[in-house]
Design a protein around this ligand. Structure first.
Ligand code: ADP
Ligand code: MG
Length: 392
């Protein structure tokens, strides 16, 4: 893929690139809506990625080209304005460039940038973070900037939050940066700590994108954020030292004296967050013991909690998870990502194959005759973002 990226760069810009980089997409393994509640989350970098090629310029122009088509987008870096419509993808690499400048790393001159991808875009696998990380790593190598991985993650998250305008948590960029084949990335969002956890044996991921997205997605996310904040406020009346909802253990939560301000909705949301956080920790422990069957059970428990208590599942996702859970080669399945539509994922042994995936889709079509057919995607774990100067 790097070579097709170099070819694209050479044919569009009529010169060879100086730096190539790549960054993977990711799967939310477990830890649903724990991130903004100061909790923990586990993600897997996958073996699908965005590759980028970069070259320096002597002026103050940046040119961007992508395999998604369209003419190169030319940006005057002395007056970088947000792009819209067909050019809006440029906001990701441009946002990263602007955050680098904001952090005191101004290359002083422009650059050319080309990217190609084998990661589906908008399918919940975080092609956006992959694009940011491939840009950030590439620009750092191109300009000899040294930036710690943690700082790079936060910088890319800021680019997406500030310039693109998407309020994403730490998971996407953290996993794309820290990912490693045969490992998961464990993130403590309260302390911004990233660890790698080895995955025993050969695991495979199968993603079933329901191709449904709730029309009120943004306001539903905002509602869940607010409900979690309100639940925390009520808990803090009894436990003033608690800073984050996910910090409350399930045991403490069960002992809570519920007052008038704590509605059934608050109870359900808080119960999900506190128990989900405990599940993330339990999964880390079970992985170290190699107990994939027990990990699979927790994936299913996570899904049921999202569905019943956090209420961010859909009939489509519930159906997919229920069908997948009945399969012998499936360790566990759950919705992955923000929910309210989007995708379900299954962790499987190598015995689960394309025929099985097709069978699941047929069964789904029988049960959900009016729903769009899911798109299926297979992935393994893969390495995190990397950039290098070309040796020539
Ligand atoms: P996700 O991150 O789940 O894939 P997002 O909506 O957050 O979905 O990000 C998708 C956006 O990322 C696309 O709309 C596009 O702007 C950008 N993007 C992804 N892949 C590419 C690519 N190959 N070329 C250009 N832009 C891309
Ligand atoms: Mg994204």
């Amino acid at each position: 893929m790097l070579s097709s990226c170099e070819r694209q760069f050479e044919s569009v810009f009529q010169k060879v690139p100086m730096v190539t980089s790549f960054a993977p997409g990711r799967i939310e393994f477990i830890g649903n809506h724990t991130d903004y509640n100061g909790g923990e989350v586990l993600g897997a970098a996958i073996d699908r990625r965005i590759a980028a090629a970069l070259g320096p310029r002597r002026d103050h122009t940046a040119r961007f080209v992508s395999d998604e088509g369209g003419d190169p987008v030319v940006v005057d870096l002395r007056n970088p304005v947000r792009r819209s419509g067909r050019e809006s993808w440029v906001n990701y690499p441009l946002g990263v460039y602007l955050e680098l400048v904001g952090a005191g790393m101004d290359p002083g001159t422009g650059f050319d940038f080309g990217c190609v991808s084998d990661l589906p875009s908008g399918a919940g696998l975080s092609s956006s973070a992959a694009l940011e990380l491939a840009t950030a790593r590439g620009l750092c190598v191109l300009n000899d900037f040294t930036l710690a991985d943690e700082a790079l993650v936060l910088l890319c998250q800021r680019a997406e939050n500030n310039f693109v305008g998407v309020p994403c948590g730490l998971l996407d960029q953290g996993v794309s940066c820290f990912g490693q084949a045969d490992h998961l990335v464990h993130i403590d969002c309260a302390t911004v700590r990233f660890d790698r956890v080895a995955v025993p044996g050969q695991i495979h991921f199968w993603i079933f994108n329901s191709n449904q997205k709730h029309s009120l997605l943004d306001s539903l996310y905002a509602e869940r954020h607010r409900e979690c904040r309100e639940a925390l406020e009520v808990i803090r009346r009894q436990y003033p030292d608690v800073e984050h909802l996910a910090q409350v253990s399930p045991a403490v939560f069960r002992e809570l004296r519920v007052d008038a301000g704590f509605t059934e909705t608050h109870y359900a949301r808080a119960r999900h967050v506190t128990e989900e956080n405990a599940r993330v920790r339990a999964v880390v422990d079970l992985l170290s013991k190699g107990d994939l069957a027990a990990v699979g059970d927790l994936l299913l428990a996570s899904h049921n909690s999202s569905s019943v208590f956090f209420q961010n599942s859909t009939p489509a996702l519930d159906t997919l998870v229920q069908l997948l859970s009945g399969e012998k080669a499936v360790y566990g399945a759950r919705l992955t990502g923000g929910g309210f539509g989007g995708a379900a994922m299954a962790m499987t042994s190598p015995d689960f194959g394309p025929d099985d995936a097709e069978r699941i889709v047929s069964l789904y079509a029988e049960q959900m005759p009016h729903a769009p057919l899911p798109t299926v995607f297979h992935a393994r774990t893969g390495d995190g973002a990397h950039a290098a100067r070309r040796s020539t």
